[in-house]
Design a protein around this ligand. Structure first.
Ligand code: MLT
Length: 397
């Protein structure tokens, strides 16, 4: 009989959001009349921007014509999209990232999960606790055992200091999923200095950067001096342009970012990633890349801003409601997530059940993101307005 990868047995039996979906389905079957409001998984609800629809419609037509039909695309992504990302997300903000350093994918989840494959299994990794489960699960699946958890607590503003010991790979996420907090320039500089001193590589997940409302909070780690020597950045169109079901994201691996072999030879990480992708990935659909590129125009920027403001207004509505009720929470200002402290010392899963049973509201139990998420519950602002208002009203009652 074929032997399995036993590392999979070290994982929780279900992925966090699959477990929640299963529990919600069970509840709905037993309570068919319950009008459930889902503020659990961070899935968008509003339609794609018109610029994206128009660009994708045109691309579909091109695919139906022999002269304009496209088969396999360039492995790193179409130049038209990489050039636009370089210009609009980096160069316009004074950051020198070129199209050659950008790798288009079908979303950040895959990129964040796959990036660890180009690094040795004996690397020590540092991960925040609580954390987006993909970072941890993907390392466990690979068989990595040296994992340092950095507790994020109210006392440290959910922003732990770099560890005292040396780690090789560091996962940072700002605005943070799940706590909704952000890392400012000083904090990021501290991490970059740590990485330089210890020859570590930082994985910076900026999937939620479009939700930053406060001035002086970095949208990209490359806003900080020295980041190009130590950091890989992940970005996504999912939460920026409503692409959760459409799928498009990208990784930035700077030109001069190196790893090393066990004998000390320096190897360009960018080349390793391209090598990995060309074997295991055949690119994001042309139609989708055209849709993504459409946000990089004056009109496109207005339309995505409207979309983001809609979800930020939901976040404000939830935060105001929680304040009125007297519940303690964090986030919701620079992020679509609200990190709610459970009342009366409810455990995360108890409070999840309580909200589902008594209010028919779905949240995400903080404990599902790690031990330090216990006694918290995450709410998302990605619902539609009517349901968000209704959820707050139910809670107030
Ligand atoms: C979440 O709810 O944390 C997000 O949906 C995660 C993701 O984008 O995969």
């Amino acid at each position: 009989m074929a032997k399995i990868n036993e590392n999979y047995l070290k994982l929780p039996s279900n992925y966090l959001f699959s477990e929640i979906a299963k529990r919600v389905k069970n509840f709905q079957e037993k309570n068919p009349d319950a009008e459930i409001i889902k503020l659990g998984i961070g899935d968008v609800t509003q339609p794609l921007p018109k610029v994206c629809i128009d660009a994708m419609t045109k691309a579909v037509q091109e695919m139906g014509n022999a002269e304009t039909f496209r088969g396999y695309g360039p492995e790193q992504g179409y130049n038209f999209l990489r050039e636009k990302i370089s210009e609009w997300n980096y160069k316009k903000n004074g950051i020198d990232i070129s199209a050659d350093e950008i790798f288009i994918s079908d979303g950040s989840k895959c990129d964040c999960g796959n990036i660890q494959e180009i690094f040795s299994l004996d690397n020590k990794i540092a991960i925040f606790d609580p954390v987006y489960p993909v970072y941890l699960d993907s390392n466990i699946m690979a068989g990595r055992t040296e994992i340092i958890f950095l507790p994020c607590t109210e006392e440290n503003n959910f922003s732990p200091e770099p560890p005292n010991e040396k780690v090789d790979l560091i996962y940072l996420c700002s605005p943070n999923n799940p706590t909704g907090t952000v890392l400012n320039k000083k904090i990021l500089k501290n991490w970059i200095d740590y990485a330089k001193k210890n020859n570590s590589v930082i994985f910076f997940d900026a999937a939620y950067s479009a939700y930053i409302t406060e001035k002086n909070i970095p949208h990209s780690i490359y806003e900080i001096d020295g980041a190009k020597d130590v950091a890989i950045e992940f970005r996504s169109f999912s939460k920026t342009a409503g692409f959760t079901g459409t799928r498009c994201g990208y990784v930035v691996i700077p030109e001069n970012l190196f790893g090393t072999t066990s004998s000390g030879e320096k190897i360009l990480l960018k080349n390793l990633w391209l090598r990995r992708q060309t074997t295991k990935f055949n690119g994001t659909a042309y139609i989708i890349q055209r849709g993504a590129a459409a946000i990089y125009s004056d009109e496109g920027q207005v339309q995505i801003k409207n979309l983001i403001n809609y979800y930020l207004e939901n976040a404000r509505i939830i935060c105001e409601g929680l304040k009125e009720i007297g519940l303690k929470f964090f986030g919701g200002k620079n992020a679509p997530y609200i990190w709610l402290k459970t009342p009366e010392n409810f455990s995360s899963w108890e409070y999840f059940d309580e909200l589902l049973k008594n209010f028919n509201i779905v949240g995400t139990p903080g404990a599902g993101f790690g031990a330090c998420g216990e006694n918290y519950l995450r709410l998302t602002s990605f619902g539609n307005r009517e349901e968000t208002l209704k959820a707050v009203e139910r809670l107030k009652k």
